[in-house]
Design a protein around this ligand. Sequence first.
Ligand SMILES: [Zn+2]
Length: 118
Amino acid sequence: MHELSIATAIIEQADALARADGADAVSAVTVRVGELAGVVPDALSFAFEVARDGTALAAARLVVEQVSAQAYCGPCAEEFAVGMPPFFWCPRCDQPSNDLRSGRELAITGIESLRASA
Ligand SMILES: [Zn+2]
């Protein structure tokens, strides 16, 4: 499963960031997932629950922020949702545009960690 390798990478990265910050455990991880990133949020959440066992993220929550795919049309300065499957056609001037501005994101945007001493 594609999402399992992504979930594992998220966990490894969050674990490393939390440890570098002196934390013992992570309580939540926020990831930003674009509509065109090729990731199914439900599958990612499921994979996360499987992959987090035995790590500093064993009790962590995965928060998925979905980003809609938006393209920009230069001639009329219109930003429009390309949808899924993507359709790169400006609804305002009826011209093609493949200037994608968002939708391919796949990144950790936040980590909440716990400290034993806190
Ligand atoms: Zn246009």
